[in-house]
Design a protein around this ligand. Structure first.
Ligand code: SF4
Length: 462
């Protein structure tokens, strides 16, 4: 969640100034520096994503003389000295200092004064008001009453960008685990798969289980479903204790585990790592672990199989496995129920494809520099139905319906990474909202005196 600390608030205000400059949304008529020089802007320059001045390759004329170089922006000119730019050679080529207010003249190392352009009084009140309202409201998303400003083309382009951005981040994370895990793609995929199967409640415990029990050990016992179950249940810490009467299956499992535990020097997780409360029996960790064992029994090379799958149907089939007899009639140890297949279920398989397979394809494509895997990750998301959760339902209520899993992933990311962090100026929707008010309100004085006073106080001016 975005925390409105003093630093965040300042960054937000600077971001607003950057937006105003970058999009040229200020009064460009008869620009003058604070010392009265005539200023013409030919190029605003490109935002600098790295260290150094804020905009690169800007072009301006000052008193008829053409300059090309960098532009630095601040709320108050004195921040130049607060940030120590006078001692940093990276700032020697700044041709224009753009500020909300000049409270102190700024000089280069050679003693020459850097031309300064003040933006106060030049920013259309309509934009200021819209920006202020975006930044200061309690709505679920700040622009929810203005979403209708945004055309279908802007929405689609933005969601397309967001799903790529989310996949990039997930792929990057996956790649990090591959590098830390001695480039063992199978093991990393197995971990991501187990985490997805555990879901929100038991995902972490499932991941811990894969750390406590290396895949290479499981692969050695792929031929025996009983041994796979013995290893997984034994290491999970969920095998029943010795007290009381025990079923034959449990006795067998414990005997196998005792042998394998000694052989591999294993230490089990505490049973307390798992949650059963308020869960549907189909999602109990015991059922998920039994499904994981069944998946491994069918193939120990799940990642290779996912890579080789040619379409979404083949991937769905890959996760369609039957459980052992015991787990077809039990949700937990010692509690018999009616016999059922207890397959993974379409929703769970889709969740695995979205959260484990697509990021793995993205990571593999990046590592191999092969676009086809990255494109397959996006195509896979587009082929899957949209997720259904409270965030997606709220977007739908606002008129933004996710047509597929690529859209729902994009909308989850938009809410978490942008709306909740007040990154409206980086969002085309925010830019469109501000642009619409700019076109609608022009330069007219539509702020009340009170509103303007509050705005300038927030901005630290006058
Ligand atoms: S980030 Fe974009 S979609 Fe989210 S509230 Fe801001 S303008 Fe709206």
């Amino acid at each position: 969640m975005f925390l409105p600390t003093a630093r965040n608030t300042k960054i937000m205000r600077e971001a607003f100034l950057h937006f105003i400059w970058r999009t040229g949304r200020f009064d460009l008529r008869q620009l003058r520096s604070t010392t009265g020089q005539d200023i013409q802007i030919h190029q605003f320059g490109a935002p600098n994503e790295d260290g150094g001045p804020d905009f690169l390759a800007a072009q301006v004329s000052i008193d008829g003389l053409q300059w090309a170089g960098q532009v630095e922006m601040h709320l108050n000119s004195s921040e130049w000295y607060d940030h120590g730019h006078e001692r940093d050679p990276a700032y020697d080529n700044v041709i224009l200092h753009v500020v909300l207010r000049e409270d102190r003249p700024v000089f280069r190392a050679d003693g020459s004064r850097i031309p300064c352009l003040e933006l106060r009084g030049r920013i259309p009140p309509g934009i200021l008001r819209s920006y202020w309202r975006l930044m200061h409201n309690e709505n679920w998303i700040p622009c929810q009453h203005q979403l209708h400003y945004v055309g279908e083309d802007v929405r689609e382009g933005w969601l397309g960008f967001l799903v790529r951005e989310r996949l990039n981040a997930k792929g990057e994370y996956f790649l990090g685990t591959v590098h830390r895990g001695r480039r063992d793609w199978e093991a990393c995929f197995f971990r991501a798969l187990a985490r997805s199967m555990g879901g929100r409640v038991n995902g972490e415990a499932m991941e811990m289980l894969t750390q406590a029990l290396p895949l290479r050990i499981l692969q050695k016992h792929q031929h025996s479903l009983l041994q796979l179950e013995a290893l997984l249940f034994g290491q999970s810490g969920l095998l029943p204790s010795a007290d009381g009467e025990q079923e034959e299956y449990t006795i067998l499992l414990k005997r196998e585990y005792a042998l394998l535990r000694t052989k591999y020097g294993l230490t089990p997780l505490p049973a307390a790592a798992w949650r059963f409360l308020r869960m549907r029996p189909n999602g109990f960790p015991t059922v998920r672990i039994a499904q994981l064992a069944a998946l491994l029994h069918r193939t120990g090379q799940l990642f290779s199989k996912a890579l080789a799958a040619t379409d979404q149907r083949e991937l769905m089939n890959m996760f369609d496995v039957k459980l052992s007899n015991y787990w077809r009639s039990h949700y937990r140890f010692g509690v018999a129920t009616e016999t059922k297949d207890r397959r993974l279920g379409d929703d769970m398989v889709r969740s695995i494809l979205i959260n484990a397979v697509a990021p793995a394809l993205e990571a593999y494509g990046r590592a191999r520099k092969e676009g086809k895997y990255r494109n397959r990750a996006v195509s896979l998301l587009r082929a899957l139905p949209a997720e259904d959760n409270s965030v997606i339902r709220r977007w739908r209520a606002l008129g933004w319906t996710a047509g597929n899993a690529a859209d729902s992933q994009a909308l989850l990311s938009l809410k978490k990474e942008y709306c909740s962090r007040s990154r409206c100026l980086e969002c085309p929707v925010g830019q469109e909202v501000l642009g619409q008010t700019y076109r609608k309100d022009g330069d007219g004085p539509i702020l009340s005196l009170n509103e303007r006073a509050v705005l300038y106080r927030i901005a630290g001016v006058g």
